[in-house]
Design a protein around this ligand. Structure first.
Ligand code: HEC
Length: 181
């Protein structure tokens, strides 16, 4: 790359950073205005509420329960293709690089006989509840440091919900869905 090209790219990056700073300033002003106790004249505060709700939603996102209520098992089966290289899901299916996942929802962690789990996973303890699966699948190495599952994770919350709905559909339909609130 020549210097001119480099300068162009550096310029674009700087301009981008500047725009983000300006947007940030404007957003802060828009979301945290100071109002007098009583309005001297009519102000439509509807927008303020809406943008506050929107910024909250972006920060936290809808709960797993809400996403699960809308989850799509068929889409989840497609997401599972990312897992299929290492996991089977049929009842009594073989262990591959990872353990068989039939009925993994609410199953104790590290419970498949004959699979050599990491100590870290076994030490985590408890069962694979909805939240455990959701947090683990988002980034396995964060939820269980030192896990043998070499998988980056699924960033998109709705994809994880579809996937968990698919796993639930395999013999664990009777496990009540998490509350949609
Ligand atoms: C590269 C191979 C690989 C991929 C891809 C992979 N896994 Fe795993 N998985 C593993 C291994 C290995 C373990 C055992 C981890 C340990 O012992 O620390 C595991 C463990 C698990 C466990 C815990 C099971 C138990 O019995 O406690 C779950 C749940 C799981 N994987 C789900 C998934 C899902 C869902 C996907 C797809 C999004 C996926 N994995 C993708 C290799 C993989």
């Amino acid at each position: 790359m020549n210097t001119f090209e480099f300068n162009k790219i550096a310029g674009a990056v700087l301009a981008g950073a500047l725009i983000i700073m300006v947007i940030n300033e404007v957003a802060t002003l828009a979301i945290h205005p100071t109002y007098p106790e009583t309005n001297a004249y009519a102000i439509d505060t509807g927008n303020v509420g809406a943008s506050e709700i929107a910024s909250n939603a972006v920060a936290a996102g809808p709960s797993l329960g809400i996403l699960m209520a809308d989850a799509d098992i068929e889409k989840g089966a497609k997401v599972f293709r990312k897992c299929g290289a290492c996991h089977t899901v049929e009842e009594g299916g073989a262990n591959k690089i990872g353990p068989n996942l039939h009925g993994v929802l609410n199953r104790d962690k590290g419970a498949v006989d004959g699979f050599a789990y990491s100590n870290q996973l076994v030490d985590k303890g408890g069962a694979w509840g909805y939240d455990d699966l959701d947090v683990f699948l988002k980034k396995p190495s964060t939820y269980i440091k030192g896990t043998k599952m070499a998988f980056a994770g699924i960033k998109k919350a709705s994809e994880r919900a579809d996937l968990i709905a698919y796993l639930r559909s395999l013999g664990k339909e009777d496990v009540p869905l998490p509350p949609a609130e």
